[in-house]
Design a protein around this ligand. Structure first.
Ligand code: G4F
Length: 343
């Protein structure tokens, strides 16, 4: 029988790759989208435009329990991937209230509706390496304690515990994926990888002259989003629900990212990168690096794309976008982000 999956956050980077992956496996794929997105599909569905004929989209809001309850009551879902969230850490400092509301209550609403209507549906929660924050061990693994350093990290720790609690208290098949940073040409322009690769492309083409950036010494563990969504699916195919770290096991600084990205087009980052304190965070997570040994052993998960290959793919993709007429097709908001206007 065809399996039915529901994805919240289907219009985002991870949602779009996961939808492709599940469709490829023969799933019937449903997505929760905001009503406003359905009203402006060309603007909001850029990442899933090539899949629209194969997807079933439902309007719902993470702020409304009845809207989530209604969608879940309509179909007998086998799997639910809860990816939707306010996911930009810097924004969570600017508006911690809405980040906490959306990320914690939204997760609770989905879990509560599943418990009530579809207790057999398997549930995936998008946890984050930001939960480790000021980590007390390196590398971080499933047993490392959480020391979050932002409202975003705090909201994800709460979501993690809600997910675990529904597993332990009500016997639901609930798993937490603790994913380290994962990027791609579909990454939003506000995140440091895409901000950098899009600036590199514009500088190379003479469309911009500098990249204003924050903390060059922060270190992250970056992988390709396509590799990471395959792990989400594997987690829901196991006999028992559990939690898994997904990471590359390598860490690189933002400075190294800049050096590599500018190097793809034979430029020296030191000629173009300007440190701007406005992009510093009130509390930084200095170093993240994950240990995905458990996922490799239990799930058989493998990292396929290296950091250098990832950054090269992103730079080349941005170069192509900026050098072709498709530049005009980028949304105004995204284009604004490209100039580095947003922290
Ligand atoms: O790209 P970032 O904004 O990602 P961050 O904060 O690590 O979070 C991302 O990964 C998490 C783990 O998967 C997710 F949970 C989360 O939702 C998000 O996807 O920043 C990376 C690092 C930070 O240390 C930041 O301070 O880059 C540093 N940075 C330096 N200059 C900058 C900038 N980050 C941004 N966004 N913009 C800058 O100009």
């Amino acid at each position: 029988m065809t399996k039915k999956a529901l994805i919240s956050g289907i219009t985002g980077q991870d949602g779009s790759y996961l939808a492709e992956h599940l469709l490829g496996l023969g799933y019937e794929v449903h997505g929760l989208v905001r009503r406003v997105a359905l009203e402006a599909p060309q603007k909001r569905f850029g990442r899933i435009s090539h899949l629209l004929d194969d997807l079933i989209l439902h309007p719902a809001s993470l702020e409304s329990y009845p809207s989530i309850f209604h969608v879940i009551s309509q179909h007998n879902f086998d799997e639910c991937y809860h990816l939707a969230a306010q996911s930009f850490v810097a924004e969570s400092f600017a508006d911690g209230f809405s980040t906490l509301n959306t990320n914690i209550n939204g997760t609770h609403y989905v879990l509560a509706a599943l418990r009530e209507l579809r207790p057999k549906c398997r549930f995936y929660f998008a946890g984050s390496s930001e939960m480790f924050g000021n980590a007390d061990e390196v590398p971080q693994k499933e047993t490392t304690s959480f020391q979050p350093r932002s409202p975003y990290g705090i909201s994800k720790v709460a979501g993690f515990h809600l997910t675990k609690n529904y597993r332990e208290a009500y016997g639901l098949f609930c798993v937490n994926g603790i994913l380290f940073n994962h990027e791609s040409p579909r990454r939003g322009f506000e995140f440091v990888t895409r901000k950098t690769t899009s600036a590199v492309a514009q500088i190379k083409l003479g469309l911009a002259s500098e990249l204003r950036i924050g903390n060059l010494e922060a270190k992250r563990d970056w992988g390709h989003a396509r590799d990471y969504v395959s792990a989400m699916h594997l987690m829901l195919q196991q006999e028992k629900p559990d939690d898994y770290v997904i990471a590359s096991g390598e860490t690189h600084s933002v400075r190294e990212l800049c050096e590599l990205a500018f190097g793809v087009v034979d430029l020296d980052y030191r000629d173009y990168v300007k440190v701007d304190e406005r992009y510093y965070r009130p509390a930084e997570v200095d170093l993240l690096v994950g240990d995905a040994a458990k996922a490799r052993k239990v799930l058989g998960w493998k990292l396929r794309v290296s950091f250098a290959e990832l950054i090269q793919e992103m730079v080349l993709s941005d170069l192509e976008a900026y050098s072709s007429t498709t530049v005009g097709a980028l949304s105004t908001a995204e284009a604004a982000g490209l100039s580095g206007a947003k922290p």
